[in-house]
Design a protein around this ligand. Structure first.
Ligand code: GLU
Length: 313
């Protein structure tokens, strides 16, 4: 573990991480089928760390808003768990790595409409449906939470890119298919269209690395957010556990091996990582590896955890 005596200040470490990992070529890819995600230049790279002692350190493009995509699933899950008896949700979605692609229809069919975990698309649709029972505008509820946690001092704060959401909604055949499957198995209570619309809008939230690190900090603080408890200490532990096992698409094992921390990735190139008791980290760089995780972001987090000793192991 890094100590105050033998380590450079965190701000300098982050500046060096940006220097080392900012992409210099167009390696990697952007997701097909979500046109607005191809717009950020390949060399965008930002990183921010929000600590449990209240400090925020950042470097690179850490104040530029990016599309959080599937990172939103962490917050929707937290909101759903805090809104209702967690047992009701856990009877509808499992907590196992899926081993198949995040939007697989086959697995859902074989497993009778019970998604493997809340971070694959079918599981996230169930979580959104669950949250909509209490908050019909589930995406707006998640956004409001993020705005409060992130504070408003860095620009305009998190917002929904409605144009991007509209574009994605017009290309949501697969997510609609998943929702109809769930409905057919009795595991979706609202209309497939309404749930997918909410889901796509929550994925289209734009926020910066600084805002994301601050918003995720409650998970490093035993469930305690900016203005009080968000989820219980036990639920915070469990969300972290699901991030570790299911948060990085089909590369959760590789990420745990390289970084040793719970993380959640989105195809917008962002990754949120939790260091329990210490800090929340957000890194963003838009180009993805073959598993859908930020290429430069994953490498930077492995480097950062090696340099600082931050790990749950
Ligand atoms: N909105 C994207 C989808 O549902 C999210 C993908 C992701 O970040 O995993 O396909």
């Amino acid at each position: 573990m890094m100590t105050a005596l033998d380590s450079p200040p965190l701000g300098l470490v982050l500046a060096d991480i940006v220097h080392s990992h900012r992409p210099r070529s167009e390696a990697g890819s952007v997701p097909a089928g979500i046109p607005h995600l191809s717009s950020p230049p390949f060399d965008r790279f930002g990183i921010a760390v929000a600590t449990t002692s209240g400090d925020v350190f950042s470097a690179g493009d850490a104040d530029l808003p990016f599309s959080i995509q599937s990172i939103s699933k962490v917050f929707t899950l937290a909101m759903a768990l805090s809104a209702d008896d967690p047992g009701r949700l856990w009877s509808r979605v499992l907590r196992e790595p899926s081993g198949t692609s995040f939007n697989s229809l086959v697995q859902l069919e074989v497993e009778h409409g019970i998604p493997r975990n809340p971070f694959i698309n079918s599981g996230a649709l169930v979580v959104t449906d669950h949250l909509m029972e209490r908050f019909p505008d589930a995406a707006g509820h998640v956004l409001q939470f993020l705005r409060v946690q992130a504070g408003q001092h860095s620009g305009q704060g998190p917002f929904i890119d409605e144009v991007a959401a509209g574009n994605e909604l017009a290309n949501s055949s697969r997510n609609l298919a998943l929702a109809h499957f769930l409905k057919n198995f009795g595991n979706l209570h609202r209309s497939a269209e309404a749930v997918v619309e909410n889901y796509v809008r929550q994925c289209s939230i734009m926020m910066s690395c600084v805002e994301m690190a601050k918003a995720g900090l409650f998970l490093a603080r035993g469930g305690h957010g900016a203005n009080g408890p968000v989820v219980s200490r036990s639920e915070a532990k469990r969300i972290g556990s699901i991030m570790l096992t299911c948060g990085m698409y089909d590369a959760a094992g590789e990420f745990a091996y390289r970084v040793g921390l719970p993380g959640k990735s989105g195809v917008g190139g962002g990754i949120l990582v939790i260091v329990p008791g210490e800090c929340a980290i957000c890194v963003w760089s838009p180009r993805l590896d073959s598993k859908g995780n930020s290429l430069a972001g994953s490498a930077a987090l492995a480097d950062l955890s090696d340099r600082t000793g931050w790990s749950v192991f």
